[in-house]
Design a protein around this ligand. Structure first.
Ligand code: 5AD
Ligand code: SF4
Length: 481
């Protein structure tokens, strides 16, 4: 018998998601838990698989926090769990295909455990066509909720669990920020701190402004309180998160921006501050200045270029020309001493010519990035670029992609070679995944460093002399090893 999901049925709408309401509501009420849900998870377990960006990782920690608040314990094995959630990414088609594959593969769990609650959340759940496909073809899914509904998980779970209803709740564009939700952090040294949600840039290829809604900043006082708490609990590093952190505060009218926020977060005195992602268009000289002057703001910047060709950049809606990007890039390299810079690049944008692609390749060679995330363009339903004519074959896109990967690897290796013989400060996270006798951690410049050292170094920031460089990692020996 098919379950009734009419009560909570709110489908996402890409059209509604475009609506940018003026006012932002900050809800500080915390979690609403129905009385019959208190301790419902006693002796039960949950499993969350997270796809995509750091924003999703941070959301998964809130979802985990809510489930633990209800009494559930974390399970590392999907087979042992009573609640299984896939927190999904919609940014490219292959991310979505992976999730559909996983939904199919997990069907067998429901056969063994009919009471299992199987849910889909995150950015895929914000798209109409995805929700329709799940409802039609994947009866094993009991619960679908979007990026704006996480705070309502106890209520949604109640209906899926106690009332055995199929629950779909996906609002579009809620201009609300929820404070004071529980968080179960997955790392006890490094923490994500959302400083804003959503994105208003509407780059023509990108689904994020539709799935994550309007750009809305948290109040500075709430962010500072969270960073102070983290420092008091012994965390060594925070990463300030947003789709475009450099636009922080633009929606608030409080007279502060990302530069002011960075200055204040720096004063809290936590050892390491990082931030992602920066849009070049909102990067002011003052921000560069603050980053260069505060010792606890790490010298690492992720600065997506997307393309090195002005015409492609214009059609992508990126709002800068290559020369403007280069000016900002060089000023970061000049002013933020020893900084490393990474980027995102898309190849095979609709109708990208050979010459336009070569401009991207030339940019990569000229700028010498420390690393780059490279992607083949993937049309996203509802975005302007998905309606553009595209005369570039898949084969040609793959050829360009491979050339780009080679160029990026070459520049990454060259940059890493420059660290050999130098001493870097590394926050030691534990033993290396590949070798249990080797310690591993990230340097201030965000380089993954594997090195010989002592067990008691775990959790501390230690000095490591670099002896060998690889394309994506460095190797060395602890100075006090
Ligand atoms: N196709 C390919 N890559 C994309 N990105 C965003 N949308 C798309 C798309 N439709 C890439 C951009 C962005 C990163 C997070 O994902 O490079 O910076
Ligand atoms: Fe997408 Fe552009 Fe917003 Fe980044 S800035 S999330 S690429 S629309």
């Amino acid at each position: 018998m098919s379950k009734d999901y009419s009560k909570y049925f709110h489908k996402p709408s890409l059209k509604e998601a475009v609506d940018r309401k003026k006012e932002i509501i900050i809800n500080k009420d915390g979690l609403d838990v129905p009385s019959d849900m208190v301790n419902v998870g006693k002796d039960k377990k949950y499993f969350i698989r997270t796809y995509g960006c750091q924003g999703n990782e941070a959301d998964s920690e809130v979802i985990a926090g809510i489930l633990e608040f209800l009494g559930y314990k974390k399970s590392n094995e999907v087979e042992d769990a009573d609640v299984v959630l896939l927190n999904t990414c919609a940014v490219r088609e292959n991310a979505e295909e992976k999730v559909f594959g996983e939904i199919g593969a997990l069907k067998k769990l429901k056969v063994v455990k009919p009471d299992l609650v199987f849910g889909i959340c995150g950015c895929m759940a914000q798209q109409e066509h995805v929700v329709e496909k799940i409802l039609k073809s994947y009866p094993q899914v009991d619960l679908v909720f979007g990026t704006h509904n996480i705070n309502r998980l106890p209520l949604l779970l109640k209906d899926a669990l106690l009332n055995k209803e199929r629950v779909v709740e996906v609002f579009s564009n809620k201009s609300v920020i929820y404070e004071n939700l529980p968080v179960a952090r997955s790392n006890n040294l490094k923490a994500w701190v959302n400083i804003m949600y959503g994105c208003d840039k509407f780059c023509t290829y990108c689904i994020v402004p539709y799935t994550r809604g309007k750009e809305r900043s948290r109040l500075m006082e709430d962010i500072l309180k969270e960073v102070r708490d983290l420092k008091d609990k012994g965390f060594k590093e925070v990463t300030l998160l947003g789709q475009n952190v450099n636009a922080y505060g633009n929606d608030l009218n409080k007279g502060y921006d990302f530069a002011s926020l960075l200055k204040e977060v720096s004063k809290v005195g936590i050892e390491r501050i990082r931030f992602v992602t920066s849009h070049p268009w909102n990067f002011t000289d003052e921000m560069v200045d603050v980053i260069s002057k505060c010792d606890n703001i790490m010298p690492y910047i992720h600065l997506p270029i997307q393309s090195g060709d002005d015409e492609v950049l214009r059609r992508m809606g990126r709002r800068y020309k290559y020369e403007e990007y280069k000016k900002l890039y060089n000023s970061l390299r000049d002013k933020v001493k020893g900084c490393s810079i990474s980027t995102d690049i898309i190849v095979g944008f609709p109708n990208e010519t050979e010459e336009q692609f070569n401009n991207t390749l030339r940019a990569v060679k000229e700028l010498e990035y420390d690393s780059a995330y490279t992607f083949i363009y993937s049309p996203r339903e509802g975005t302007p670029a998905s309606k553009m004519e595209d005369n570039v074959s898949e084969e040609e896109k793959k050829r360009r992609f491979n050339l780009l990967v080679d160029a990026v690897s070459e520049s990454a290796k060259k940059r890493n070679d420059g660290y050999v013989g130098r001493v870097l400060k590394v926050l030691v996270e534990g033993y290396s995944k590949k070798n249990k006798n080797i310690l591993s951690g990230y340097s201030e410049e965000n380089k993954l460093v594997n090195f010989k050292g002592k067990e008691e170094m775990i959790g501390k920031i230690v000095e490591v002399k670099i002896t060998t460089s690889k394309t994506w990692t460095l190797e060395g020996e602890a100075i006090d090893g």
